[in-house]
Design a protein around this ligand. Structure first.
Ligand code: SF4
Ligand code: F3S
Length: 390
């Protein structure tokens, strides 16, 4: 392990927990107490964390605060050494600014700067940090200054990462994400609206114990954002089966009511939110792409409109329909072969998830017009299943 820390918690083990997701317990809970012990044994102690807010709704701090197990107090005491936060610290005014300045002075190239919220470059007074020597301190100017002395900068939430809602069209404040402003220091983007507490804490722990995490072309840690929501969505069966919800809140795949899961990278299906209680699609709401770089504009807008033209990272221009057709074509070929084999062996229908019939009953789709003959394996499959359920 780097940093001379004993082999209490290897990077391989840490990454395995991150990649697996932790729907049944938070990442921090799974790794405590070995994580706490590894952090305690760090030479020189844990590096301090400074948390600055720009144009934000404070949702990412609240998301961290919602971490029930471990509690916020455990996170702050056992895992990160949070020295400055407008929301969580007691001092205010000049005393708070003194804490900020002394932390930077005593921990140059060592502290980690967390930024929540965007940087309003076109209207700096939209986010200020109070006054120093009679002058207002704009966050848009303070962040690059602090970043120049930091070991790394972590942009938490979509506003800090990519501008997000606070930089949405028409963006009167000229808000931008941190990576567009900070140069010369590593920036890690942890998007989401809000970011999952595991994404935030996991990224900080990785930097502290093992150095910078592996990131994609949008600087997002691949341990949390390496796969599409669609990849592990429990409704993929309905997607492949052509069972689409007709309205938000309906059963079936939510693609036609605007789901952005096929173009959004995040591990929500396995990690889930609120200590593994639920997540967007499980609550019958389409993924609105809150971790995507163009959220809430671009390919994620309008939220309840079916995907049209979309940019698929990294930098491939295509349409969601093309992606869907390509996936469907490959799947259809596989389904076609499986379909023929299943018909021959009489196995067909035995492997359907038990909820399928409930979904059908809950959302009957009226037949309109005369069915046409088709050799499309997906259509054949659907027709065969309809006949079986009549
Ligand atoms: Fe799940 Fe959305 Fe993909 Fe449908 S389109 S399978 S609801 S992620
Ligand atoms: Fe956001 Fe979609 Fe996950 S809306 S929280 S990326 S399911």
């Amino acid at each position: 392990m780097s940093n001379g820390v004993p082999e209490l918690l290897t990077r391989r083990r840490f990454l395995r927990f991150c990649l697996q997701g932790a729907a049944y317990a938070s990442l921090s809970r799974l790794l405590l107490p070995e994580l706490g012990e590894a952090l305690r044994l760090l030479p020189g102690g844990k590096p301090p964390v400074i948390w600055i807010e720009g144009t934000s709704c404070t949702g990412n701090s609240i998301s961290l605060d919602n971490s029930a197990d471990p509690t916020l107090r455990e996170v702050l005491e056992e895992i990160i050494d949070l020295r400055y936060s407008q929301l969580f610290m007691w001092p205010e005014g000049s005393r708070a600014m003194d804490v900020l300045r002394s932390t930077v002075k005593d921990n140059r190239d060592r502290f980690i700067l967390v930024v929540e919220g965007g940087l309003p470059l076109g209207l700096p007074e939209a986010a200020v940090m109070g006054e120093e020597e009679g002058r207002i301190v704009p966050v848009a100017a303070l962040v690059p200054e602090l970043a120049a002395a930091a070991r790394a900068v972590v942009a938490v939430g979509n506003c800090a990462a990519f501008g997000g809602p606070s930089g949405a069209h028409p963006n009167p404040t000229g808000t931008k994400g941190v990576w567009k402003v900070v140069t010369g220091r590593p920036v890690i983007n942890v998007p989401g609206c809000p970011a999952h507490p595991d994404w935030t804490v996991g990224t900080l722990v990785h930097i502290i114990l093992y150095g910078l995490p592996r990131v994609d072309s949008f600087l997002r840690p691949t341990m949390f954002f390496g796969e599409l929501v669609h990849d592990r969505c429990p409704r993929r069966f309905h997607f492949f089966n052509g069972d689409f919800a007709a309205a938000p809140g309906g059963a079936g795949c939510l693609l036609k009511v605007g789901c952005k899961g096929p173009v959004t990278h995040a591990d929500c299906p396995t990690r889930k939110f609120n200590d593994g209680v639920n997540w967007c699609i499980n609550a019958n709401n389409p993924c609105i792409g809150c971790a995507a770089p163009d959220f809430p504009d671009g390919g994620t807008s309008p939220f309840f409109a079916r995907l049209t033209d979309i940019r698929v990272p990294p930098g491939i221009e295509t349409t969601a329909l093309t992606v869907t057709k390509a996936v469907a074509a490959v799947t259809a070929a596989g389904i076609g072969a499986h379909f023929a084999a299943s018909l021959a062996t009489g196995r067909f229908g035995k492997h359907m998830p038990p909820e399928t019939e409930e979904f059908r009953a809950a959302e009957p789709r009226p037949q309109t017009g005369k069915p046409k003959l088709s050799l499309n394996p997906l259509r054949l499959l659907r027709r065969f299943r309809r006949q079986r359920t009549r």
